[in-house]
Design a protein around this ligand. Structure first.
Ligand SMILES: Nc1ncnc2c1ncn2[C@@H]1O[C@H](COP(=O)(O)OP(=O)(O)OP(=O)(O)O)[C@@H](O)[C@H]1O
Length: 244
């Protein structure tokens, strides 16, 4: 379980999190919705210690997060964060080096683990590719593989469907399912109501610096009130039939 108690955090003068009480149960898919700038990424970054609260506490597996170097190294092995933009995540020149980077840094020498993860993400034939030559969707697969190579207990996904086509979005849905099947707990920040409600066991909404809503789904009236993207172009409907 990942929880926060009265979590408060400012970026400069801006109070972004203002007493967040959040819970993500182990084994469940928890989705965090919220409008642009609501603080979803800021909240996720507290779960693996990338940010330290101004006040309040983050608990992982029941224990309060500690911020000394050893504790943070251990925390980041247990809690993997997949950034919205893969370019913020990829650190090594080639695909294989990137996927192996985290485990090597953590002193894990298990080439078979890297081979297995590369194969799971269908990257076996791309191992020598330079990351900066990959498409956005391919970069996303490499960044997911790099996080999974750490064998985490929790995976935090920040806007995982951003920039992906329909096939890519469906693949992310399957990926989320595969995480729970493997006993890994996903926590997802997204604007994408269709995706979020499809994968969520628990839905939360971050608004006004607090968790303003929690439930097993999100009524449309609330999605609308929270300004979530699904309903912006509601008058548009796809034409039926063959237009060729
Ligand atoms: N490093 C930073 N320095 C200063 N302000 C920041 C920083 N990161 C985020 N902010 C500000 O904090 C607020 C919350 O940002 P955050 O990225 O957490 O929101 P979000 O809900 O993830 O937004 P989006 O949906 O647009 O990605 C925003 O007003 C943003 O401008």
């Amino acid at each position: 379980m990942i929880e926060t108690e009265e979590l408060r955090f400012r970026h400069g003068d801006e109070r972004v999190l203002d007493g967040v009480n959040f819970t993500a149960k182990a084994g469940e898919v928890t989705v965090i919705f919220g409008r642009n700038g609501a603080g979803k990424s800021t909240l996720l970054r507290h779960f693996n210690g990338l940010l330290e609260p101004d006040s309040g506490t983050v608990f992982v597996g029941g224990d309060p997060v500690a911020y000394d170097d050893d504790s943070l190294t251990d925390l980041r092995r247990r809690v993997g964060l997949v950034f919205q933009n893969p370019d913020d995540q990829l650190v090594a020149p080639t695909v294989e080096q990137d996927v192996a980077f985290g485990p090597r840094n953590a002193g894990v020498d298990e080439p078979e683990r890297i081979d297995r993860v590369l194969s799971e993400f269908d990257l076996d034939s791309q191992t020598e590719r330079l990351c900066n030559t990959l498409s956005g969707g391919e970069k996303k697969r490499v960044s997911l593989a790099g996080v999974l190579a750490m064998e985490p207990e929790y995976v935090l996904l920040d806007e995982p469907t951003a920039g992906l086509d329909g096939t890519g979005c469906r693949a992310i849905g399957q990926f989320v399912e595969s995480l729970t099947d493997a006993g890994i707990t996903p926590i997802i920040a997204t604007h994408d109501v269709g995706f979020g409600l499809t994968v969520a066991d628990t839905v939360t909404v971050l608004d006004g610096g607090v968790i303003d809503y929690r439930g097993d789904t999100l009524p449309r009236s609330l999605a609308d009130r929270y300004g979530l993207r699904q309903y912006v172009f509601e008058s548009w409907t796809a034409p039926d039939g063959d237009l060729s």
